[in-house]
Design a protein around this ligand. Structure first.
Ligand code: FA5
Length: 343
């Protein structure tokens, strides 16, 4: 009897070690541990043994029964854990989930395009403060406190004193404010573009915002002249609006350049024929420019008898509006995802 019990135990353990799925496990349970299984039958046979043998075999049979039940439960538990793992590993055949990607704002796209163009022409890209002093934003640019040109660019004045104890801090109205800072820091020769945010106290409408972006260009060297300015501005227009874009320059007063001008480009939409976008002129006014005024060079610590310079300033919002056919400048600050997701 003892041999039979040991054989049954070994057979059971051997088969249990080969279990790979739940069906096989259930068949082992049925074969050995169920009410009509081999172990029950053997326990049933105990009654036919003599008293001495029955007691000894009974103890052994109960020990083996307990062991086999424990081993069975362990195997069942392992199989269930494997199943959980198998179901939680990814199904690589399922279609992928689309992840959300942010993207660049249209102003950043145009700014990057301009920065790429100007760095390829040997310009550096530099930065300046948005909270600026009255001196750098106006006075050093040849616009002293009493100058009527101050009326063209009202801004937001800041109610705190500068290091010298004066109330002269304001939100810059133009990236031209960085011209003097750049001259003082880097001296001549100098070739830089200055992208950045500007602020004006405006009655806002479809073309005017209180907060907008500009890109300033500044070149200082010996013998810089108007034809250098014209060629830079022509290159920019052709890069942004296509190789057949023409440019014309018309006089415009800016106190910090002499002579000053506006540059206009062939309308990108009607190609010069006249349409709603260009107000039926065929031309679009995009940039203010000119040769740097000698007083401004002096304020930047540069001798105007040795060096001359050119400067230009693009409105980035307006460039983006033209490039992407956007009809209201206020959309840029609206935080409207329906608008922003189009780019
Ligand atoms: C200037 O700001 C000069 N600093 C440009 C300049 C630089 C001239 C260097 C000469 C030499 P203006 O005020 O015209 O100029 O502004 C330049 C551009 O900024 C405009 O053509 C326009 O595109 C943009 N801009 C000005 N005000 C606003 C506004 N309120 N909202 C949106 N864009 C504006």
């Amino acid at each position: 009897m003892k041999d039979k019990l040991n054989n049954l135990r070994n057979k059971f353990l051997q088969e249990l070690s080969e279990v790979k799925d739940i069906n096989y496990l259930r068949s082992i349970e049925l074969k050995y541990l169920s009410r009509k299984g081999e172990l029950s039958e053997m326990l049933h046979e105990l009654k036919d043994l003599g008293d001495d043998l029955r007691q000894e075999a009974g103890i052994m049979a109960n020990r083996i029964k307990k062991e086999l039940q424990e081993k069975f439960l362990e195997a069942e538990k392992l199989l269930n854990e494997d199943k959980v793992q198998a179901t939680s590993s990814p199904d690589v055949t399922l279609p992928g989930e689309k992840s959300f990607h942010g993207h660049l704002n249209p102003i950043t796209l145009v700014q990057n395009e301009l920065e790429d163009l100007f760095t390829s022409l040997g310009f550096s890209v530099i930065d300046g403060p948005e909270l600026e002093s009255d001196y750098y934003n106006f006075t050093a640019l040849n616009v002293p406190p009493s100058h009527p040109a101050r009326d063209m660019q009202d801004t937001f004045y800041v109610d705190s004193k500068n290091k010298e104890g004066q109330f002269d801090l304001l939100m810059r109205t133009q990236t031209s404010s960085v011209q003097i800072r750049a001259m003082q820091k880097y001296g001549a020769p100098l070739k830089a573009v200055i992208p950045g945010r500007c602020f004006r106290n405006e009655a806002t409408d479809a073309r005017h915002e209180h907060t907008f972006y500009q890109v300033e260009g500044l070149v200082i060297d010996k013998d810089i002249n108007f034809s250098n300015l014209k060629s830079f501005l022509e290159i920019v227009g052709q890069r942004l609006f296509g190789p057949n874009t023409k440019m014309r320059m018309r006089p415009k007063f800016f106190p910090f350049v002499e002579p000053g001008n506006n540059a206009e480009y062939t309308c990108f939409l009607c190609r010069g024929k006249g349409c709603r976008v260009c107000k039926y002129t065929g031309w679009l006014e995009i940039v203010g420019a000119g040769l740097v005024h000698p007083e401004v060079l002096r304020a930047g610590g540069i001798d105007p008898d040795v060096y001359s310079g050119l400067a230009f300033g693009f409105g980035l919002n307006r460039l983006a509006m033209l490039k992407y056919n956007i009809n209201d400048v206020r959309l840029f600050n609206s935080n409207d995802l329906k608008f922003l997701e189009q780019f």
